[in-house]
Design a protein around this ligand. Structure first.
Ligand code: 6PG
Length: 264
């Protein structure tokens, strides 16, 4: 990755997840305020996994009812399981965030996992997205804020390295059925993610140090490394443990980002 030429990309390392979360919350609120000022609406997509839970819990204490009234929440990906399942991203985000904020029910747009099969769920989710964003003129939806995580194999959302469809520029959503996955899934595609105004990728913990090192190398290709909003900003958020294996040169560059930590 040619760090110096990527103006829309930033790499921030934080001492710990607490400081990182505080910074991310500030970003979220600023982006939301701006989006609402410009268009009267704030469209966001959130991910599952363990990493973002701390952020969702922190976000749940935001009592700004005007913000929540104008915020619409979608899911970057979901497992094809009932909402009541322990593996449901809807359930996780509901119990860490939605249960505590004054957001209208109609602003919550989960993946419809009650459809007959995962292909229909992906298609229906796409239709829901296109209907919601119809005011953008029927073009590919443009999210104001997308939060992603990253797996140790470099997957992000439910875009996995061995899936040939993740690069298809004509798809908005994808149904994902891979042998190693416990459940089939529905995911937003790279085309949709890369059309967003802002994408944050959260990479926390020692278990992510090796993949964090790899994605900084141009020669390494994986779904997370293909996230690159064409007209938006991309911020990688690392904690110190996840950034531990980055080389000196990268680390040197990354020190720039830690200036943000001092703001807090
Ligand atoms: C999911 C995801 C997925 C996740 C990564 C990282 O629903 O599982 O959206 O892409 O972000 O697998 O997961 P952890 O945060 O649990 O490490």
């Amino acid at each position: 990755m040619n760090l110096s030429l990527q103006d829309n990309k930033k790499f921030l390392i934080f001492e710990n997840s607490h400081i990182l979360t505080k910074f991310l919350l500030k970003e979220f609120l600023e982006i939301g305020e701006r989006a609402i000022k410009i268009g009267g609406i704030f469209n966001i997509a959130l991910s599952g996994g363990r990493t973002p839970v701390e952020f969702y819990c922190r976000l749940s204490s935001v009592e700004n009812s005007d913000l929540w009234r104008k915020t619409h929440i979608f899911w970057a990906d979901e497992r094809f399981v009932p909402f009541s399942s322990e593996d449901s991203n809807f359930r996780m985000i509901k119990s860490s965030l939605l249960d505590y904020i004054p957001i209208p029910k109609g602003n919550i747009h989960p993946v419809p996992t009650d459809e007959e099969n995962v292909d229909i769920a992906a298609e229906e989710y796409k239709n829901n997205l296109m209907r919601h964003f119809v005011y953008q003129g029927g073009r590919l939806p443009r999210f104001d804020f997308i939060l992603l995580g990253m797996g140790e194999d470099g997957h992000t959302a439910s875009l996995f390295p061995e899936d040939p469809n993740i690069d298809n520029p004509h798809l908005v959503t994808l149904s994902v059925s891979l042998a190693h996955l416990k459940h089939a899934r529905v995911s937003m595609t790279l085309a949709l993610i890369n059309n967003a105004s802002y994408v944050g990728i959260l990479i926390l913990g020692a278990g992510k140090a090796e993949i964090a090192r790899k994605i900084m190398d141009d020669r390494f290709s994986c779904p997370a490394a293909k996230v690159n909003p064409s007209h938006g900003r991309l911020i990688y958020f690392f904690d110190r443990e996840a950034a531990a294996a980055l080389s000196n040169r990268e680390r040197e560059y990354l020190q720039d980002g830690t200036i943000s930590c001092r703001i807090i």
